[in-house]
Design a protein around this ligand. Structure first.
Ligand code: AMP
Length: 459
């Protein structure tokens, strides 16, 4: 059995691993670390929760320590691109943890926060920079950063990047990178267009795969209940009352749907928070912290906001609405059953969502077990407490979707709204992320797309 000592990692890294109580490498680490230590390019098919962050950051930190030199001003030695600010922050934190006994500097840049501090952070140069694509390009355009010194380039969650419309940003970044570099490319799924993107970044890569959709899904007990859309709130209350929940992530397809669920739960005196693209960065961070610390057991999230979130102890994933892309289902339920723990996924399927579920079962080669409605369900529906009124300041930025759309267009047209949030090109970082994604998103599966209109109406 492989141990961390077998990799020959720098002693300071081994110390950090011991401090984190990591005793054994995960499968992606066992497969990825040796070729990465040799300087090979890597194509990793793995999702969050597999230990891929350590898989790419440990050998990279080892490289930075083995060839020590100061980063040049306004440059970085290692660049990690992630689709969302939450994931970027999480990766940066992991790098800090693994590099805690070293002097390596780690910086994060993403939209939604003032750019000036980021410009200052970069001015002296940094060893490891974790960024979302839009803000990265803004900083480059403002001459706060150059990429010609990048020794290691990591592209994380490539499939999500494509879904979010980052392809042009990625192409621009690719052109700015030096030709001599090590490339690491990660994606949870590898459809044709992602494989094509990988080819553009990688040279003679080693490919490692640890999460074929089916095997990930197999570890999780999946249940599904057929229910009318308007009765889903009552079903949610019943599930929360009857299940032994440590922490549950509840997924909706829309931001407003997420807020509505929180208000309904609040009406029944059940505490929950929502995390989605209309929330400010500090609200998102606060909700995540409350969920991590156990202050709240229920976090309601849209797909994009929840991407890459790593919270241990998620006992349940509840699909309040079914995603219209099967891979999204895999991403969602992958938030539970971490590190061999038991996980349960429960899907609420309205009549017009049945085709989505069929697609999901086909792609994941698994079948959710039917979970019947509770016997007293009609009574539950009749007695459902009224939702709490939205507070004046809902915690959302409270802007109507049309207004967001106009703003997004303004950003693209060059008349960009300057200031804290910066331009909208970084869909992940700005609040327009989900709006942008909807506009650019094309369902990969035609039969799913055919039902899109019907289901979008639901949210
Ligand atoms: P990741 O897929 O990189 O987001 O990692 C998922 C979680 O697994 C994180 O909380 C890591 O801290 C944890 N982790 C990564 N590698 C190991 C390991 N070898 N042993 C125990 N936990 C790990």
């Amino acid at each position: 059995m492989t141990t961390f000592n077998d990799f020959g990692l720098h002693a300071d890294i081994n110390r950090a691993l011991a401090a984190k109580d990591y005793t054994q490498p995960t499968p992606i680490q066992t497969q990825a670390i040796p070729p990465l230590m040799k300087g090979r390019d890597l194509c990793g098919i793995a999702q969050t929760g597999t230990g891929k962050t350590a898989g790419f950051s440990l050998p990279s930190i080892h490289h930075l320590l083995t060839y020590p030199h100061r980063a040049n001003p306004r440059s970085c030695r290692m660049l990690v691109l992630a689709p969302t600010r939450e994931l970027a922050a999480q990766i940066a934190q992991s790098c800090r943890d693994y590099g805690r006994f070293t002097k390596l500097s780690v910086s994060t840049v993403f939209g939604g926060v003032p750019i000036n501090k980021q410009i200052r952070d970069l001015s002296g140069g940094v060893d490891i920079l974790v960024a979302t694509p839009g803000r990265l390009l803004d900083l480059i355009d403002q001459r706060a950063l150059r990429l010609d010194d990048v020794e290691i380039f990591v592209l994380d969650e490539a499939d999500q990047m494509m879904d979010m419309g980052f392809i042009h940003s990625l192409r621009r970044v690719a052109k700015l990178l030096p030709s001599r570099r090590q490339n690491l490319f990660f994606s949870a799924t590898m459809p044709k267009e992602i494989a094509h993107l990988a080819e553009q970044f990688l040279e003679d890569p080693v490919t490692v795969s640890v999460t074929p959709a089916a095997t990930t899904v197999e570890k999780i007990s999946q249940y599904s209940t057929f229910v009318e859309q308007k009765e889903k709130q009552a079903l949610l209350h019943s599930v929360i009352a009857s299940e032994d929940i440590d922490r549950a992530l509840i997924f909706t397809r829309t931001k407003h749907g997420a807020d509505r669920v929180v208000r309904h739960l609040a009406g029944a005196g059940i505490k929950a928070m929502a995390i989605h693209g209309n929330k400010s960065q500090s609200q998102r961070t606060h909700a995540l912290q409350a969920f991590r610390s156990g202050e709240i057991k229920l976090l309601v999230a849209t797909d994009i906001a929840a991407r890459g979130i790593d919270v241990s102890g998620v006992s349940h994933v509840i699909n309040f609405e079914i995603p219209n892309v099967p891979e999204q289902y895999v991403h969602r339920i992958g938030r539970t059953a971490r590190a061999g723990a038991e996980g349960k996924a429960i899907s609420f399927i309205a009549p017009d969502e049945r085709p989505y579920m069929r697609d999901i079962e086909r792609v994941t080669r698994s079948k959710a077990e039917p979970m019947p409605l509770p016997e007293n369900f009609n009574e539950l529906v009749r007695n459902l407490p009224k939702p709490a009124q939205p507070p004046r300041d809902t915690g959302s930025k409270g802007r109507d979707p049309n207004r967001q759309r106009q703003d997004a267009n303004r950003g693209r047209n060059g008349g960009k709204p300057q200031g804290e949030r910066g331009p909208r090109r970084d869909g992940a970082a700005g609040e327009g992320a989900e709006g942008q994604r909807k506009r650019r998103f094309r369902p990969r599966n035609k039969s799913v797309g055919a039902h899109k209109g019907a289901v979008t109406r639901v949210g």
